[in-house]
Ligand binder design. Structure first.
Ligand code: FAD
Length: 332
């Protein structure tokens, strides 16, 4: 493999509700720093139906170029179709680094692409850097239960690929009117050759605010005793217009669904305000919420580790304190 042939930093531009997904904008911000260090270009790969207009957003957030696969066959995300487009693009244009958001789509696509390329994939990274001279990507992620940061290198192969957790990188400030180059690409791909068919899209009707997008998260832990006790979390969240988060033990107990889980094996969140209620503060939980703007912990044990990680702590029974807070916020 001749490394000289591989140039540029790429970001898979995920489309979400007709716009470029926030995580892709964050990756453009991170990718720009890597590209500047390597004195190379930053490109996005956009796959979908009628998505050409989104290239402009990518330019305004730092991309120099967008590779565009625009075809009705890409209307819905399907591993086979998106993977074929990405593989063709990589084989033709040879990026040095290729980043994907660690979303359901990004994780699925990245791992599928990695199975067909002679390279690896560092999953779920939270820090990225690059060696200026060698172009070696330094992709770091928590390991061994969050106790260490492991930096994973791909020394022998290109492209170097990583999925990156949402909300850990910073998007650049939007530069309205910025321009770049759109490279329109297509591959011979026929619907009858694709094994998966999308029969229907059923959208979630839940009104709950998503934890990865929320400004305020009210998260509850095992200390709430059970689903009935956990109601106090829902009530406070509803009063504040907040999302509901949970520890893994709560999710495993079935009090709430997995997409509410915060932490190492859940979602990394960075809201402005994070309430940790009846949560002990295990490292695997802390790594998922430690970058929140303001952390408020409520726990009846003054020695609970969560008090080492919070800005404000209230020692007491959550079943008394949380309803009082809810009432107080209602009257504001
Ligand atoms: P507990 O540890 O049981 O804590 C309950 C707390 O509630 C205690 O501090 C107690 O003092 C307090 N309490 C009790 N009653 C009250 C009351 N009435 N009022 C106020 N406080 C009260 N965990 C995650 O959260 N997210 C992850 O992503 C995650 N990933 C993991 C990955 C691995 C590989 C492993 C090994 C573990 C992972 N865990 C994760 C689990 C983690 O180690 C902890 O077991 C878990 O976070 C504990 O959940 P908890 O704080 O709700 O429960």
């Amino acid at each position: 493999m001749n490394f000289e042939d591989y140039r540029g930093v790429w970001v898979f531009l995920e489309e979400k509700n007709g716009a470029v997904a926030p995580v892709s904008l964050e990756l453009l911000g991170a990718g720009k720093q890597l590209a500047d260090k390597r004195k190379t270009e930053l490109a996005g790969v956009l796959i979908g139906e009628n998505v050409g207009c989104l290239a402009q957003t990518a330019f305004e957030y730092g991309a120099d170029k967008v590779y565009l696969y625009d075809d009705p066959i890409y209307r819905f995300y399907r591993t086979e179709t998106y993977m074929q487009a990405m593989l063709a693009c990589v084989e033709k244009h040879k990026p040095e680094i290729l980043l994907y958001g660690a979303t359901s789509t990004g994780k699925d696509l990245a791992s599928a692409v990695a199975t067909d390329l002679p390279t690896g994939l560092t999953a779920d990274t939270t820090q990225l850097d690059v060696e200026e001279d060698t172009g070696l990507l330094l992709a770091s992620r928590p390991a061994f239960g969050g106790n260490i940061m492991a930096t994973i290198l791909c020394k022998k192969y290109r492209p170097q690929m990583a999925t990156v957790r949402p909300k850990v990188m910073k998007a650049l400030l939007r530069e309205e009117g910025a321009s770049g180059v759109v490279v329109e690409e297509s591959i011979p791909i026929r619907e009858e050759d694709i094994r998966t068919k999308v029969l229907e899209i059923v959208r979630s009707t839940a009104k709950h605010v998503r934890i990865d997008e929320a400004d305020i998260i009210v998260a509850g832990g095992k200390g709430l005793g059970g689903p009935a006790g956990f109601q106090v979390v829902h009530e406070l969240a509803e009063t504040l217009g907040a999302a509901v988060g949970a520890s893994r033990d709560v999710v495993e107990a079935g009090w709430i669904g997995h997409h509410h889980q915060v932490g190492q094996t859940g979602v990394t969140v960075t809201p402005k305000i994070y309430f940790a209620i009846g949560i002990s503060g295990a490292i695997q939980h802390i790594v998922g919420m430690q970058n929140s703007g303001l952390i408020i912990a409520i726990n009846k044990d003054p020695a609970a580790p969560i008090f080492q990680a919070c800005h404000y702590g209230i020692v007491g029974d959550a079943m008394t304190i949380v309803p009082m807070l809810t009432e107080a916020f209602k009257s504001v």
